[in-house]
Design a protein around this ligand. Structure first.
Ligand code: BTN
Length: 259
């Protein structure tokens, strides 16, 4: 039997983490977990505090897009206080945690579309948003926001169905959001704590990127680039080989895979 609602007690009960998810703030309905997490961080919330919402009414996506976040999905934000050296690695930590946990909980294989969309069967199942407040060389706080289409009937959401999927759609049955959330919190912490040890989160992220070697179109701000996604740098940026032979480094953007 798959659970219907998420309670902080069920999430934290015997959770095998040191700090991520040891404090959970739960909302049945909220504009965006990012905004609530930012307020908590500004008030000095302990590292690893998680804000979770059953449903978001103004979910935020990357590049100022809206993120659809109805009941049945996962919408959570994790508050961290990393050193600035690890800020760019949070994208890798979060997307790998999702790939690992989707496979562990559902047996589905997923891939990462640069920089941090997670795809199943070539369609988007998860979006990740990292927001941070940096003063000079110091990170005041960073927030990892993770949205996963878990138990969604795609026919109810025609606006996303051409490019998105859900775990329940792929499997033909509902998935335990509780199991997925608990796995995500533990896996995010494991990968985050591995960053200073030099264990290569970067190499594993690279290995899971579906984008590399493909012909892509990348929109970055006002500019659009076309070329082959050749590699990624250790700071997470994409290196694009254009038809004139030049190599362009793209720090943030949106990739469309071309035939
Ligand atoms: C994207 O693909 O554009 C990123 C989507 C990120 C969505 C998550 S859901 C939890 C958190 N709260 C938000 O408002 N956004 C992130």
């Amino acid at each position: 039997m798959v659970e219907n609602s998420l309670s902080p007690a069920a999430i934290t009960d015997n959770l095998e983490t040191r700090f991520i998810g040891q404090r959970v703030i739960y909302y049945p309905r909220l504009t965006s977990t990012m905004d609530a997490a930012k307020r908590e961080a500004q008030q000095g919330a302990t590292e690893g505090t998680v804000v979770i919402a059953e449903e978001q009414t103004a979910g935020k996506g990357r590049i100022k897009r809206a993120w659809l976040s109805p009941k049945g999905s996962i919408a959570l934000s994790i508050i961290l206080y990393p050193s600035s050296a690890y800020l760019s690695s949070l994208i890798m930590v979060a997307s790998l945690a999702v790939v690992h946990c989707v496979e562990k909980v559902t047996d589905l294989k997923s891939q990462i579309k640069w920089p941090n969309d997670v795809l199943v069967s070539g369609k988007k199942v998860c979006g990740i948003l990292i927001e941070s407040d940096v003063r000079g060389n110091r990170v005041d706080h960073a927030i990892i926001g993770i949205g996963i289409n878990v138990n969604l009937r795609l026919s109810d959401f025609p606006e996303i169905s051409p490019t998105a999927t859900s775990l329940s759609h792929e499997l033909g049955r509902d998935v335990s959001r509780l199991a997925l959330i608990r796995c995500l919190l533990a896996e995010t912490e494991r990968l985050y704590l591995a960053l200073p040890t030099g264990e290569s989160v970067y190499q594993e992220w690279w290995d899971n990127l579906v984008t590399l070697g493909k012909k892509v179109r990348v929109s970055s701000g006002e500019a659009t680039y076309k070329g082959i996604a050749e590699s990624v740098a250790s700071d997470g940026s994409l290196l694009l080989r254009q038809s004139d032979g030049s190599l362009t480094k793209i720090v943030a953007g949106d990739v469309t895979l071309r035939e």
